[in-house]
Design a protein around this ligand. Structure first.
Ligand SMILES: C[S@@+](CC[C@H](N)C(=O)[O-])C[C@H]1O[C@@H](n2cnc3c(N)ncnc32)[C@H](O)[C@@H]1O
Length: 354
């Protein structure tokens, strides 16, 4: 109950701050990141009684550290950059002697309170960079993790080594749209279809898609990958989209599915447990709750010679390799395991035997 109250208060405070930024930047969150030199509101009305950027970093990083908030310096630097409207995080260091206005100070204090309650910085500032794109982020939609950028690199490498210019790629579980949008932004060799069981995730992907101007290349459908390996569109599905999930096939399927074994969910940091939708992480007893249906679906939906790329728990590659060998009627071949930044087995590539 208490956590729900914290969440509500923080979401309201963060929303208020994003709304202010939107208003300032003509409703464009990305454009709201502007440099100090070009932002009047950052330099005017600065009160000599207000602390400098350097003093604020000092005060709040110490407070965060004392209250065991992870990444104390990065936290205050990101919040400051957001409140002041810096384009680059480095400007927090470059403009240490600048003073905040009273309004900025008020806003900063309330956002720092959110951080003290362990709200992720990404939700506090309402956006985050993923590869070369900036995504709007709203709780409780899953925050894209840095290692997932490797998954995008793996798919892009495959895509670029192919000569086809009309590839079809499907993403299962798009969240904020990070994977599909980063792919579409980097390669125009394909058309994309992204599904998610959550209507809120689909809405956020749509917002991010139109901010990036990629509507022509990405179709977003609220649909659920069922246990039996079928994909069921939601009741609100617009039949005009003409997508028949029974027969439609793809060159590539990519997914960062929920894969955390249920016993590990409670060990996660408060940032995740309180603020993110745990259904985006919950992989059931063994973490394979969505991965098994994904393998079954891919066996039907991949074109011969097509590829499936999945982000997994390091304990999964061995099982997935065993699964595709055991169920050889699926005609799937285990191709490769890739490592993440910490040298863990994190990504799996599977192909459809022609
Ligand atoms: C770990 S998040 C990944 C989000 C995004 N792809 C990323 O990497 O940032 C998993 C996503 O899968 C969605 N999801 C969970 N179960 C699903 C299902 N059965 N069918 C479709 N999507 C599902 C969740 O709503 C969530 O958005």
């Amino acid at each position: 109950m208490l956590y729900r109250q914290i969440l509500r208060t923080c979401v309201l405070a963060a929303n208020k701050s994003v709304v202010k930024c939107n208003a300032r930047a003509g409703n464009n969150v990305i454009a709201a990141k502007h440099s100090l030199g070009s932002c009047r509101s950052c330099t005017s009305n600065a009160s000599s009684s207000c602390p400098t950027i350097g003093e604020i970093v000092e005060k709040w990083s110490r407070r965060f550290e004392n209250e065991a908030v992870p990444e104390p310096i990065e936290s205050i630097e990101h919040i400051l950059a957001h409140v002041v409207g810096f384009k680059k995080l480095l400007d927090v260091t470059n403009f240490r002697d600048k003073r905040l206005t009273n309004d900025q100070l008020d806003q900063l204090e309330s956002l720092c309170q959110c951080r003290l309650s362990r709200m992720p910085v990404q939700y506090i500032i309402g956006e985050w960079d993923f590869r070369d794109i900036t995504l709007k982020l709203v709780p409780p939609i899953f925050i894209p993790r840095p290692e997932t950028e490797i998954l995008v690199d793996i798919v892009l490498k495959r895509l670029k080594s192919s000569r086809k210019n009309d590839q079809e790629i499907m993403e299962v579980g798009c969240g904020s749209g990070a994977i599909s949008l980063a792919l579409a932004h980097s390669s125009n060799q394909a058309k994309y279809l992204a599904i998610d069981t959550s209507p809120y995730a689909c809405d956020l992907t749509r917002v991010n898609c139109s901010q990036l101007g990629l509507q022509e290349r990405l179709t977003i459908v609220q649909a659920t990958l069922e246990e039996d390996g079928t994909v069921k569109p939601s009741d609100t599905f617009n039949a005009q989209e003409h997508i028949d999930f029974e027969t439609r096939t793809f060159d590539y399927i990519v997914s960062n599915p929920p894969y955390v074994p249920i016993k590990d969910l409670l060990k996660l940091e408060p940032e995740i447990k309180i603020f993110e939708d745990l259904r985006a992480l919950d992989g059931g007893e063994d973490g394979l709750k969505i991965i098994k249906p994904l393998l079954k679906y891919s066996a039907k939906a991949l074109k011969p010679g097509g590829h499936l790329f999945i982000e997994v728990d390091p304990g999964h590659p061995e099982y997935i390799s065993f699964f595709v060998k055991k169920y050889d009627t699926l005609k799937l071949r285990y191709e490769h395991t890739y490592k993440d930044y910490c040298n863990n087995d994190r990504f799996v590539e599977i192909s459809k035997i022609p």
